[in-house]
Design a protein around this ligand. Structure first.
Ligand SMILES: [Zn+2]
Length: 268
């Protein structure tokens, strides 16, 4: 068992990141599965990941949906054997890392958060400016006009499947992006323009290998925007990061918040 101290990078690195953040008014964050993992949600890839154990979903998942959306929705309403991912999601809560990102947004430092996580935890923590690039498990989306609604705000009639969009008569599906499904272009556009305006880019808990999310830190690097990484493990981005903080975001981010408030106090 590691001691608490060894989970944190050294103080001078944390201070450097706190300094950079305290001077930023336009930090864009790309968050990934590592943040969810710290809230007890199993990851998909890697050792012990759901897909590693159970196999990946079919690569033509979206095509299967489009072929027969009624069948897909009918299965949604049919109770199946316990889905460990669903149970873990329903029981999970935002962790200290999620709350620290909300504080950084409230301080006017983070201008936008791009998340690959579908678990809603950033919203539950209170993050406002957010793009859920792989969707949100608790939302529904129209595949034609890309309008989105929280699931609980709409009633789906089980005898009239698939549900239809009231705005454009398009087919509704779960907002979570399926294998083979294009990411709604409006979401990519939002992430693209946020990254273009960034003065600092932060990747948290993501190996940044899954496209299209991975393009944003690369775009930042190409524009000369400093990249900071927070991850317990080395990733393909680590060597390009100005500072790579090794450790869990739920421990590192609150420490950085403390250091930023010290900087603010000094300036007053
Ligand atoms: Zn629609």
């Amino acid at each position: 068992m590691e001691t608490k101290q060894s989970e944190l990078p050294n103080l001078s690195e944390l201070k450097k990141v706190a300094e950079l953040l305290s001077r930023s008014q336009n930090t864009v964050v790309l968050a990934g599965a590592g943040m969810s993992k710290e809230s007890g949600i199993p990851t998909f890839r890697g050792e012990g990941g759901l897909w590693t154990i159970n196999g990946e979903p079919p690569l033509n998942q979206y095509e299967i949906f489009l072929d027969n959306p009624k069948q897909w929705w009918t299965e949604k309403f049919t109770p199946t054997n316990t889905d460990s991912f669903a149970t873990a999601l329903d029981q999970s809560k935002p962790n200290q890392g999620h709350y620290a990102l909300v504080q950084l947004e409230q301080l006017g430092i983070i201008s936008h958060l791009i998340t690959q996580n579908v678990d809603d935890l950033h919203r539950q923590a209170g993050q406002i400016s957010i793009t859920e690039i792989h969707g949100n498990r608790y939302w529904i989306r129209c595949i034609t006009c890309n309008s989105r609604w929280p699931k609980k705000s709409i009633t789906i009639q089980q005898d009239l499947l698939p549900p239809i969009c009231e705005l454009c008569n398009g087919i509704l599906k779960s907002d979570t992006v399926m294998f083979g499904e294009p990411i709604p272009p409006n979401l990519l556009e939002t992430c693209h323009s946020a990254t273009q305006k960034a003065d600092l880019f932060l990747t948290i808990g993501t190996s940044a290998i899954v496209y299209p999310a991975a393009q944003f830190p690369i775009m930042a690097l190409e524009k000369g925007i400093p990249l900071i990484e927070i991850n317990p493990e080395t990733t393909p981005l680590s060597e390009f990061a100005l500072i790579s903080l090794k450790g869990p975001s739920g421990k590192i981010l609150p420490e950085i918040i403390k250091l930023i408030s010290e900087i603010h106090t000094r300036k007053v």
